[in-house]
Design a binder for this molecule. Structure first.
Ligand code: KIV
Length: 259
């Protein structure tokens, strides 16, 4: 079993990777049966499940609990779990918390936001046998310092920073990268430049795959982001909506290419 290698194989054969978030066993089982390529227990659970305004309140205990119950619903798709806010402030803390997500939460890949100050921690996790997914572009855990949820990488300097950070994370051993809310052209460049799968969210159609928050895909979120899409509209039910999302990603129909 090597979920990271399986996802890389999809990229290698040019098949788009379809991912969604899940937070409990019931939805996880629907995603798994529909053929999702990977399930992310995102710290977005703080906003969509716990009703908080940001992801900053999410604790390790929450991530472990939700990962464990999602894992029970999965028989095939790999489980990626987020390292929450302030869970990786030192290498020792990052290693300990990543190991807990794997051993107590059942995660097969852990995801952490950012690269500044994190590259050494990523390398330590990888050296300890923990597959790591990076996360660049908009980083909701940095909302207090970046000042809001907005597209990143519009200016040449910040675009360059994202490109350099992506290379640094790849050199540290990440097995995949999530790029959130960056211009499509920048996401395409990063995807071309890396050899690990790049999964976009609000980052245009040219990434190796896509991830969305399940509650946005099912039209549950009160204020879904503009780049998302309600796949339940017109579908026969939740399983059909998830299948429609997977088909649209695989066929390159989602997200639509903008002129
Ligand atoms: O927390 C989350 O759900 C995420 C996705 C938006 C990529 O990180």
């Amino acid at each position: 079993m090597n979920p990271a290698a399986d996802l890389t194989a999809l990229r290698t054969r040019g098949e788009k990777i379809a991912c969604l978030t899940a937070y409990d066993a019931g939805f996880a089982a629907i995603l798994d049966a529909a053929g999702i390529d990977a399930v992310l227990v995102g710290d977005s659970l703080g906003m969509v499940v716990q009703g908080e305004d940001t992801t900053l309140q999410v604790r390790m205990a929450d991530m472990i609990y939700h990962s464990r119950i999602v894992r029970r619903g999965l028989h095939r798709a790999p489980l990626i779990a987020d390292l929450p806010f302030a869970s990786c402030t030192t290498t020792a803390q990052a290693l300990g918390n990543a190991a807990r997500l794997v051993s107590e939460g059942g995660a097969q890949i852990v995801k952490l936001e950012g690269a500044d100050g994190q590259v050494e921690r990523v390398a330590a996790m990888v050296a300890a046998g923990i597959p790591v997914c990076g996360h660049l572009g908009m980083q909701p855990q940095s909302v207090l310092t970046t000042g809001g949820y907005r597209v990143q990488g519009n200016e040449p300097e910040s675009a360059r920073h994202i490109e350099v950070s992506a290379q640094a994370l790849q050199a540290a051993g990440i097995c995949m990268l999530v790029l959130e809310c960056v211009p499509a052209a920048l996401a395409a460049r990063v995807t071309q430049a890396l050899s690990v799968p790049v999964i976009g969210i609000g980052a245009g159609p040219d990434c190796d795959g896509q991830v969305l928050v399940l509650y946005d895909v099912l039209g549950i979120s009160p204020e879904p982001p503009t780049f998302s899409h309600d796949f339940l509209k017109g579908a026969a039910g939740i399983a059909a909506a998830v299948q429609a999302y997977i088909s649209a990603v695989k066929a390159g129909r989602f997200p639509p290419r903008r002129p």
